[in-house]
Design a protein around this ligand. Structure first.
Ligand code: UD2
Length: 314
């Protein structure tokens, strides 16, 4: 940072990408965004768009990528089609964007002499093995097309480091939430769904018995870890969990949100979702060791900030 470098954020108009862009811009860095606006939104970057370069383009399009990586030092690769159930419904789109798109990006980065790529990997790679904390040295066991695709992206990152010397770092995100997460699709993250449903006075839907658990991670923690991953020499070629090491069931999450919002609405229980994982909790000792990462904002504070944002914006 602060070295007059050019940063590219793919998916920079999306939920997580736009937070990375905002932080870079606030630090006075030069930022380029590549986004096809399929799930990303112009309004996510509206407050700082005069200070960035925006390219409307798709990571499935190698030509657009060539333009986007030109002169770039560091890439934060956030562009993806997220959602486990969406990948079950649309496996081809998942594969094209998340596998081929990531491969294209790495190839373009290699050819343009990019220094480093920080890749948005996913905790879904672990699958169902064990109920305890997930550690990076566990054998992955993906349960959905999305999990497979995100894992393939990691493998490609590691191989591009090994074979071509392109520096890569894969951050396995654990259920990220926060302002700007789009609640409007059936595939939206559960916190965006619960908050907006409760604010409307409607009944939230819980898939399964609600006793499945997640390590819900406020987006500011993710931005911080990405910035660290762009710099750390020790992180090159590594896969690193990114969570806050806090287990929360969906039933607990819902009651916490009802407390914050001031509602007492009975949820609707529906059959479990295909490809769903039961328990997901991050061991974050590698992130501490390699990135000097410590969670900045815990669940409760993150939920309050998120509820505030939806109250003001949706
Ligand atoms: C997966 C990954 C996460 C990220 C994300 C991107 C895991 C453990 N996590 O999140 O790291 O890559 O995919 O999309 O694989 N649910 C409800 N009601 C709703 C919506 C969801 O009960 O209205 C449930 C859902 O069945 C699941 C949990 O909430 O058990 C979390 O779902 P999600 O879609 O927010 O995220 P998840 O865990 O699939």
């Amino acid at each position: 940072m602060g070295k007059n470098r050019l940063y590219l954020v793919t998916g920079g108009a999306g939920f997580i990408g736009s937070h990375i862009v905002e932080t870079l811009v606030n630090r006075g860095e030069k930022v380029r965004v590549l986004d096809n606006l399929m799930t990303g939104k112009h309004e996510n970057i509206a407050n700082f768009e005069d200070r960035i370069e925006f390219i409307l383009g798709d990571i499935r399009d190698f030509k657009a990528l060539g333009k986007a990586v030109d002169g770039v030092d560091t890439i934060f690769h956030e562009a993806a089609i997220p959602s486990v159930p969406r990948s079950v419904e649309e496996p081809q789109l998942n594969h094209d964007s998340n596998v081929n798109g990531t491969f294209n990006l790495l190839l373009a980065a290699r050819d343009a002499g990019v220094r480093r790529v920080v890749y948005a990997a996913s905790s879904s790679a672990y699958g169902e093995i064990g109920t305890g904390e997930k550690k990076e040295d566990q054998l992955p066991s993906p349960l959905s097309p999305y999990a497979v695709a995100k894992l393939v992206g990691e493998y490609y990152c590691q191989v591009f480091t090994r074979v071509y010397g392109l520096e890569t770092v894969s951050l396995r995100y654990f259920n990220v939430f926060g302002p700007r997460q789009d609640p409007s699709s059936p595939y939206s993250g559960v916190i965006s769904k619960f908050v907006t449903t409760l604010l409307n006075g409607d009944r939230p839907m819980i898939f399964g018995d609600g006793e499945q658990s997640r390590d819900f991670t406020y987006v500011a923690n993710v931005v911080d870890a990405n910035i660290r991953a762009a710099e750390s020499a020790d992180a090159v070629g590594e896969v690193i969990n990114l969570g806050v090491n806090q287990r929360t069931t969906l039933n607990q999450l819902l009651s916490e949100l009802q407390k914050i919002i001031g509602t007492n609405i009975t949820p609707q229980y529906e059959p479990p979702r295909a490809g769903d994982i039961r328990h997901s909790l991050a061991d974050i000792s590698r992130a501490e060791k390699l990135l000097g990462f410590k969670p900045l904002i815990g669940l409760e504070e993150g939920l309050k900030a998120t509820v505030d944002w939806y109250r003001r914006n949706v």
